[in-house]
Ligand binder design. Sequence first.
Ligand SMILES: Cc1cc2nc3c(=O)[nH]c(=O)nc-3n(C[C@H](O)[C@H](O)[C@H](O)COP(=O)(O)O)c2cc1C
Length: 262
Amino acid sequence: MGKARDAGYEAMVVTVDVPVVGSRERDLRNGLAVPPRVNPRTGADVLSRPRWLAELLTGPGVTFANFTDLVPRTGTSGLAAMTAGLLNPGHTWADLEWMVAEWGGPVMLKGVMTGEDARRAADLGCAAVAVSNHGGRQADGLPGALDVLEEVVDEVGRDVEVVLDGGVRRGTDVVKALALGARACLVGRPWVFGLAAGGVEGSVRAVEILREEIDRTLALIGRPGVGSLDRSALSARSTRGWRPLAEPAGCACGSTDPHRRS
Ligand SMILES: Cc1cc2nc3c(=O)[nH]c(=O)nc-3n(C[C@H](O)[C@H](O)[C@H](O)COP(=O)(O)O)c2cc1C
């Protein structure tokens, strides 16, 4: 914590939904391993992308810049061991209480899926909770984060910031979450998809696309900004989840900054 504070970080996120690594069967099926294992299939995959391979071999070595002085030995095997060491299924609420006091700044508890846990986090001094099931990649069979968002907002929305995490792929997803009372959304994979498609610029573009879609959705449903979103912007729950509902055209007053919240 001292290192993060010295580096200028002001807020801390404590993730609680990965006490152990989930069994990701698709990764197992695809042979994903850290460090990567070369077998006929992955070998053929790499050889079929000569430009990527050439850049990898001639470019600067791939390192994990954030971890260089933490990882005992270079390479992905060191990183895998370090990451595994960070997981601790023995943590309790008492540890969170200690972390909040020790950190002294805002703490967001990430991985909350019930109003009851959110209340406990708020009572222990957390400034925010992230409603999240880790993108559905940890425990199987959990409800979606959006499904429990209302419950959490209703319980603690007046006391702490509530943030929605997981499954945000479109601007409409953000609009739905904000309408249900979330203060903001987190995205995990979209910036990685952008990175894979176009490097750093691709990641920036992924965020821009989300922003454009938010603006378009707000315009289409006749809301002048995110501050004017509330549950009346949503139709009844359908099998496909919450849907934005357009207001009568007369309500679409002149658009101001769509990101300003009242
Ligand atoms: C490359 C990558 C690294 C991640 N690392 C962390 C992490 O260190 N801590 C954490 O709490 N969540 C981590 N996550 C999970 C995301 O924060 C997020 O909860 C999850 O991906 C769900 O969002 P999504 O549906 O937009 O992907 C990571 C996700 C990705 C894709």
